[in-house]
Design a protein around this ligand. Structure first.
Ligand code: SF4
Ligand code: SF4
Ligand code: FES
Length: 303
């Protein structure tokens, strides 16, 4: 029998029910929007949005900070700090920054357990931070300061990083970016900005436990010695005064005579005094080997 002589049993009729949905089809009935309730207010967000998007779209009962989240330029969510916990009817307490908005979900920002979780986690962040706001270049435009004020925190339950002997020196070596690790909350925003957005691969989080810190992929000791090209993106995304552009590091210090950003920490690593161009040259070639020094280093600018 030839192959084009099919029987009706072999070929399903065109009216055969075909299961809806393929890899590229939207689910039936989907219109690209999801409706849910936050603190009793109906809110509709784009499908794929997070609970934080829904929370930010309404006036909530409680303030929900989101310290490791940065909603621009593909940075985060990190789900690291857990300062953004909210209560949900179906899933209990979840981090709003990364939990997807679900149709029909009921979200409560003032659920007792969620508010307590936010408060504990914010205090944990503060415990590793030197709260020297009046001598900080981000005073008045710091997300951690805002969260502490909104949370009405008067005395963090775990204390703050207040022992000067434990302070790391301010890295003031670069002409463009200053690092005060005593204000770093290890949110990883700067690492993502440098590595994933700028694709410079300068920064990393290194160490573990209490010794975890922002460092350099090249193992450089200071910002000046690193492969930083001074684009400034890390300082732009940093939620605290840990990374600040030079020139404004003292801009918001309260003007008390003899009271400066640097002497509030006490120790500073300064510049080596070597003159560099506005862009630090690459110190490694593409294979990861140290780049050869130019034969004539007295000729001024890099090629
Ligand atoms: S300023 Fe330097 S460390 Fe910061 S993002 Fe740019 S290249 Fe990376
Ligand atoms: S330096 Fe700033 S952006 Fe980077 S991890 Fe610390 S707090 Fe976050
Ligand atoms: S902002 Fe959600 S875990 Fe940090």
């Amino acid at each position: 029998m030839s192959s084009d002589h099919h029987t009706t049993e072999e070929v399903p009729p065109l009216t055969e029910t075909i299961a809806p949905g393929t890899a590229t089809d939207p689910p039936l009935g989907a219109d690209g929007r999801v409706s849910l309730t936050v603190d009793g207010t109906d809110v509709t967000v784009a499908s794929g949005a997070t609970l934080l998007d829904a929370v930010e779209a309404v006036e909530t009962d409680d303030h929900v900070p989101a310290l490791c989240h940065y909603d621009r330029a593909d940075i985060g969510p990190r789900s690291e700090c857990r300062t953004c916990m909210v209560g949900t009817e179906r899933h209990g307490i979840v981090p709003a920054c990364s939990f997807p908005a679900e149709a029909g979900l009921t979200v409560q920002t003032d659920a007792t357990a969620a508010a307590e979780a936010r408060s504990v986690n914010l205090d944990l962040v503060l415990s590793d931070h030197n709260l020297r706001c009046t001598a900080c270049g981000k005073n008045g435009r710091c997300e951690l300061q805002d969260a502490a004020i909104e949370g009405e925190i008067e005395e963090p339950r775990y204390g703050v990083l207040d022992d000067r002997d434990e302070y790391e020196p301010i890295d003031d070596s670069s002409p463009f970016i200053q690092i005060d690790r005593n204000k770093c909350i290890l949110c990883n925003r700067c690492v993502e900005a440098c590595n994933d957005v700028q694709v410079e691969g300068v920064l990393r989080i290194e160490g573990s436990g209490q010794d975890t810190r922002i460092g350099f992929q090249s193992d450089a000791a200071t910002m000046e010695e690193s492969t930083c090209v001074s684009c400034g993106h890390c300082a732009t995304v940093c939620p605290t005064g840990a990374l600040v552009e030079k020139g404004i590091e003292d801009a918001t210090t309260i003007p008390i005579p003899g009271f400066t950003q640097k002497n509030s920490v006490g120790k500073t690593v300064g510049s080596s005094g070597e003159t560099k161009g506005p862009m630090t040259p690459k110190k490694r070639d593409d294979a990861g080997e140290p780049a050869a020094e130019p034969a004539d280093t007295t000729g001024g600018d890099w090629p």
